[in-house]
Design a protein around this ligand. Structure first.
Ligand code: FE2
Length: 334
């Protein structure tokens, strides 16, 4: 038809095969394509693209005419997926909304690494998929590492079978100290007021009670919370098992003036998770990471159940925007 775009699967450096290419890279070859052409193309291809996403875990769109937050918003809407809003989430990251659907990926300073994680796996409410868009690539580094969580779990089960068994049997809990006001210096500096969507302490306590969280008030009105038990391993509808949790990011990265990373995780029965086991998981995940080296205009669509993501430190100005898709219940096995 007249609106068909000429797209091609591209190969990129260090692309992986599990055995499906990871990530899948879709390049646009039509010169002078407009956003309206792109919207029509997505509307036609969306089912196929989401199917590919569920198989591969990540799709990178390169060379599409997406230049700013508004065009990114238009690109996302063409998929007609239900969005997951930051306000409703229990995310710890400080973010700024650009459009109704689009926000800055994380306001943490450039030298802070965001370690591999499944988005919001430390909470009972998580998005099924994530869109990222590179508006401005940094001068140095700032890649987004992504890691196939099913492959990680297979390898981890061989290297540390007892750890995987304990994760599966006991589940995990996460502890975090939230400040009274947003702290932009921290990768998890979102205030308890913003995180819980409340103003007063008594409201915070009611919300935490509903969530089954334990809590303790600290000095300066900071709030320590410990989640209810959450699964550390989940099964997808296609039978693949995934290391769907926040253990690596919490163990490596949940440290700031309020938090000590090693105190941030434990098994569901409150027993310790051994640092040696975590070290094995970290090494395997690092080996398995593919770095998305951003080019301006790139859009990445990530399956949050199958793939972890993070952020490398960077120098220069980096503007990567994000948008979250609600869980439509089609990815996790009951
Ligand atoms: Fe994230």
């Amino acid at each position: 038809t007249m609106t068909d775009l000429d797209t091609a699967l591209l190969t990129v450096d260090d692309q992986q095969a599990h055995p499906d290419p990871f990530p899948l890279v879709v390049g646009l070859r039509t010169a002078a394509a407009t956003m309206s052409d792109v919207v029509t193309w997505i509307a036609t291809e969306r089912r196929r693209l989401i199917e590919r996403l569920s198989l591969h875990g990540a799709v990178l769109f390169r060379g599409f005419p997406v230049h700013d937050a508004n065009e990114f918003d238009t690109f996302i809407r063409a998929f007609a997926l239900e969005s997951f809003t930051y306000e409703e989430s229990l995310s710890n990251a400080v973010r700024i909304n650009c459009t109704e659907l689009v926000f800055t990926a994380n306001e943490a300073p450039p030298d802070v690494s965001i370690f591999l994680h499944h988005e919001m796996a430390q909470t009972p409410l998580f998005p099924s998929r994530l869109f990222f868009f590179c508006e401005k690539a940094p001068r140095v580094d700032g890649q987004t590492p992504i890691c196939r969580s099913d492959v990680l779990l297979e390898r981890l089960a061989k290297r540390a079978p007892e750890f995987v068994e304990a994760c599966s049997r006991l589940g995990v809990r996460y502890s975090n100290v939230m400040p009274a006001q947003d702290d932009p210096e921290s990768g998890q500096g979102r205030s308890w007021r913003s995180t819980l969507g409340v103003e007063r302490k008594v409201q915070a306590e009611a919300r935490l009670g509903n969530l089954g969280y334990r809590f303790e008030w600290l000095e300066n009105d900071a709030l320590r919370t410990t989640t209810a038990v959450l699964p550390a391993i989940r099964t997808l509808v296609d039978g693949r098992r995934v290391f769907f949790n926040q253990l690596i990011a919490a163990f490596r990265g949940w440290k700031d003036v309020r938090n000590a990373a090693r105190k941030s995780i434990c098994f569901g029965d409150d027993s310790d998770i051994s640092p040696d086991s975590m070290q094995i998981a970290i090494e395997l995940a690092d080996e398995l990471s593919f770095d998305i080296a951003w080019q301006p205009g790139d859009v990445a669509l990530i399956d949050n159940f199958l793939v972890m993501h993070g952020r490398r430190p960077f120098a220069g100005e980096r503007r990567v925007l994000a948008s979250l898709v609600a869980d439509d219940g089609t990815r996790l096995a009951a």
